[in-house]
Design a protein around this ligand. Structure first.
Ligand code: GLC
Length: 405
């Protein structure tokens, strides 16, 4: 484990950047040269585990710096000054201008799973630093208020306006809503997402009208993270003696918990919902196991779901949890990106969910598989579930999540 810590520490150090006093960590030096929202949350957890809480705090504060007037915290922040020009990011944008593709300069206009409050609370618990908490609190409240006022449709649940907001850019959960068949190329997928982006820019990201006409999915994973975030925010408000606010978020969390029931017909399997087509998205991705993370199940429901996870190799593989069921149409273990390969964040969320329900042995198994993966293949973006070979971005920070498992 010491060797692993050293590798993770070194990679984090190599990926650290400071631009005009703003500290952040890039997920991967070449492939992902900016600051990403949920990546920064993972980084803060990893820094805490490495006893580098000062870096955790700095990273979280700078991710809030580019908060939009609306309260949205962007999923990508572009930090640059004269000494650090913006890198050319041709792969995703096909030569487009990164600083304008999202309709604003300096950041994107999308967001990512709202893990922020939970991570802030974790860092506070480790440091007891009330000044940090006070400093970041207004940004947190504005962010969760934005989500509640701009991203709710039929009830308290949130919709996302682009697959990238889920953190799983090309997940098969979004195929139909994007107008794609199950089998399509990465290029086709990207084309659809870029086209969607153009439409969002054209309508100036006006959530209440045109976002709902283009793409609006009430995503299980996103809402699960939101629920845990609301609970954390309620605790943070209580620590800061903001009693009424604390109550507001506790109530909102309860409401979300109740409304999540609209995403299940058997109280065990939860599916995302296409708000525009008004239909359940019955596609089996790793998100099926997210309800463990945010505590939607009772103990016997959880037991059934965990049994399913370990019963066959639909999801469980020799090297971790597949992001898409092996039986799924269009499953691709090597080149699929979010359509099969193992990623460290899903391993982490599911491992935490297993612990939450007392499945220690099973949680340890996921942890061991994850450690094994890094030992064999290094810190890569994703891995072949059956051979453990690493693919995608190199020096990818998420592998550091094993330290918090
Ligand atoms: C990819 C991932 C996304 C992540 C980003 C930066 O786009 O799908 O979840 O935030 O890379 O690491």
């Amino acid at each position: 484990m010491e060797e692993l810590r050293t590798l993770i520490r070194q990679t984090m150090q190599e990926n650290q950047r400071e631009v005009s006093g703003h500290f952040y960590t890039v997920p991967s030096p070449v492939r992902y040269p900016f600051q990403w929202l949920w990546d920064s949350c993972f980084h803060a957890l990893i820094y805490s585990a490495l006893d580098e809480t000062n870096l955790a705090k700095k990273e979280l504060l700078s991710v809030c710096e580019k908060q939009h007037q609306s309260g949205l915290i962007p999923h990508i922040s572009f930090w640059h000054d004269e000494k650090n020009p913006l890198p050319n990011w041709g792969r995703e944008l096909r030569g487009g201008d990164i600083n304008h593709i999202f309709g604003v300069t300096g950041s994107s206009s999308l967001t990512q799973p709202p893990l922020l409050a939970e991570v802030v609370l974790e860092v506070y618990k480790k440091t007891g630093d009330a000044d940090f908490l006070k400093k970041i609190y207004p940004a947190l409240v504005q962010f969760y208020e934005y989500l509640n006022s701009e991203r709710t449709a039929e009830n308290s649940l949130l919709f996302i306006v682009n697959p990238d907001e889920s953190g799983e850019d090309n997940s098969p959960r979004f195929d139909k809503a994007l107008g794609l068949l199950s089998k399509h190329s990465k290029e086709e997928n990207l084309d659809k997402r870029l086209y969607l982006m153009e439409k969002l820019v054209a309508c100036d990201f006006d959530t209440k009208t045109c976002m709902k006409e283009n793409f609006a999915v009430i995503d299980v994973g996103f809402n699960c993270v939101y629920l845990s975030g609301l609970e954390a925010l309620s605790t943070i408000a209580e620590i800061l003696k903001e009693k009424d606010t604390s109550k507001t978020y506790a109530n909102r969390a309860k409401e979300v918990q109740t409304d999540m029931k609209t995403l299940t017909t058997d109280n065990i399997h939860y599916y995302s919902f296409d708000h525009i087509a008004k239909e359940m998205i019955s596609i089996n991705t790793w998100n099926l196991f997210m309800p463990l993370y945010c505590g939607l199940l009772n103990q016997s429901e959880a037991e059934k779901l965990v049994q399913e996870l370990f019963a066959d190799d639909n999801f469980m593989a020799s090297y971790g949890i597949r992001t898409f069921s092996k039986q799924g149409n269009g499953y691709d273990a090597i080149d699929g990106f979010w359509r099969g390969p193992v990623w460290m964040a899903p391993n982490y969320f599911i491992q935490q969910g297993l612990l939450r329900y007392g499945f220690k042995k099973e949680a340890d198994k996921i942890k061991d598989l994850s450690i094994n993966l890094i030992k064999n293949s290094g810190m890569r973006e994703h891995y072949d579930p059956d051979s453990g070979t690493g693919y995608g971005a190199e020096k990818f920070t998420w592998a550091g999540l094993v330290l918090v498992m």
